[in-house]
Design a protein around this ligand. Structure first.
Ligand code: NZQ
Ligand code: ZN
Length: 404
């Protein structure tokens, strides 16, 4: 449910260009750099009973498990293994039961966005009275009654280590749904760029494109007077363009990995969205592609994003032209030409980063997708997405069909 202030902000967003009122609250203690995992011992409250949650086992192959276990010596630790990519409600509820049974009072997420998001759900669900699916279906704003948690980030991409959002999939109904709230910031997040060295190329590529699209969702709207937010956003985009291919080629290059990690965090820690209109429709459509076909999150964004810019061209062309000029050094004669070239540059960059940008490259069943997504959005009442609330179900259909 939107608060009156949010409705007012939406009204302002759709009609004005000056910087919107905002509060910036971000209590995460971000601990960045080589060798920082050892600090866990001081960051977790003394005497806390800890649940250490992780994914499918990559942490056993790259030495992260040993580092975390050593740092946790002296704490009573229960392990929870198996939080899958695109974390499943059904799996997370098993962890919720363990936390309740054992009276665990601190959770440590060791993994990428999926493990961290999963731990956010566990944290919110343990003390939740009622059907925990409501957290997702009603997109509840979680303000209290959470179990405190920290994170050890192993994959730079989502920014989940420094924000209070999460996305969880209900396997039974193939729904991938976001939720969050101010009680879901990690208490601390350890970001040691040496973890990047063991990432498969595909995951590095995903990280770059996810972060790139996070910036675009908060930047590529329409011109406004928040000058600093634009410049920071453009700085993150330029950095990702510069370093993305280098990290994919050599993830063991610490300097490049460190810049990727910080760029990904900065892309979605709330800073660049303050005072500006935001879109997020690429993500909402992309989540459906993952729910339907299990396509990696970032790859859904590479499929949808450029086509959303094409369909919403009239709404976005001014900002597209600014982006083209400042990020890609495009010197066009007209706004339209600059904007079109900017979209093409974006697609080329996605290809450079190993993305397929057509849905038909991922599934033979693509032709039913637009009907499915439009029906779902209508059932959910999502009839007006985007920064001007002008992405209607018809526009969603156009975007998805253009993505085939
Ligand atoms: O499970 P393990 O064995 O650990 O393997 C993982 C997984 O298979 C592997 N991996 C992670 N760190 C590694 C590693 N392999 C080798 N070396 C390492 N250091 O990578 C695979 C993918 O991991 P995952 O956590 O799924 O990737 P990512 O960080 O891209 O997270 C994607 C999830 O985050 C959500 C997405 O929707 C998706 O569910 N998002 C969360 C957001 C947020 N909370 O703010 C925003 C994003 O827009 C996004 O929606
Ligand atoms: Zn994303």
């Amino acid at each position: 449910m939107l608060q009156p202030a949010q409705v007012y902000n939406l009204y302002l967003c759709a009609n004005f260009t000056f910087m919107l009122n905002f509060e910036y609250y971000n209590p995460v203690n971000l601990v960045f750099g080589r060798g920082q995992i050892a600090k866990i011992s001081k960051l977790i409250p003394e005497g806390a009973k800890v649940l250490m949650a992780y994914g499918g086992g990559s942490i056993f192959k790259n030495g992260i498990y040993e580092q975390v276990s050593t740092a946790l010596e002296g704490h009573e630790v229960t392990e929870f293994k198996g939080i899958e990519p695109n974390p499943r409600y059904e799996t997370l509820m098993k962890a919720v039961e363990i936390v309740r049974e054992k009276n665990i009072d601190f959770i440590l997420a060791v993994g990428g966005g999926s493990v961290i998001d999963g731990v956010k759900f566990i944290s919110a669900a343990v003390k939740f009275e009622g059907d925990t699916k409501e957290i997702l279906h009603k997109r509840l704003r979680i303000e209290e009654n959470t179990v405190p948690f920290g994170t050890v980030l192993t994959l730079p991409a989502t920014g989940s280590e420094m924000n209070s959002g999460s996305v969880v999939t209900i396997e039974e109904t193939q729904e991938k749904l976001p939720f969050g709230g101010p009680a879901l910031f990690p208490q601390f997040s350890i970001c040691d760029p040496t973890v990047v060295a063991s990432l498969p190329t595909r995951q590095v590529q995903n990280g770059v494109i996810d972060a790139f699209t996070h910036v675009m969702e908060q930047y590529l709207t329409y011109p406004h007077d928040a000058i600093l937010q634009d410049r920071i956003a453009e700085g993150i985009l330029q950095t990702l363009v510069e370093i993305g291919p280098k990290v994919a080629k050599d993830p063991s290059n610490y300097e490049m990995a460190a810049n990727l990690m910080w760029s990904c965090t900065m892309a979605l820690n709330g800073l660049i969205q303050k005072g500006v209109p935001t879109d997020w429709a690429t993500h909402m459509i992309g989540h459906e592609l993952t729910a339907l076909y299990e396509i990696d999150h970032a790859r859904t964004l590479a499929i949808v994003g450029p086509n959303l810019y094409r369909v919403m061209f009239d709404s976005k062309k001014d900002k597209l032209a600014q982006y083209g000029q400042r990020v890609w050094n495009i010197n066009a004669d007209t706004i339209e030409q600059g904007a079109l070239e900017a979209i093409e540059k974006t697609v080329q960059f996605f290809h450079t980063m190993g993305m397929d940008t057509k849905l038909s490259n991922y599934t033979p069943e693509y032709e039913k997708t637009a009907d499915f997504i439009v029906k779902r959005f209508e059932e959910r009442g999502w009839k007006a997405l985007g920064e001007k609330q002008n992405i209607t179900p018809e526009k969603v259909r156009d975007i998805v069909e253009l993505s085939y």
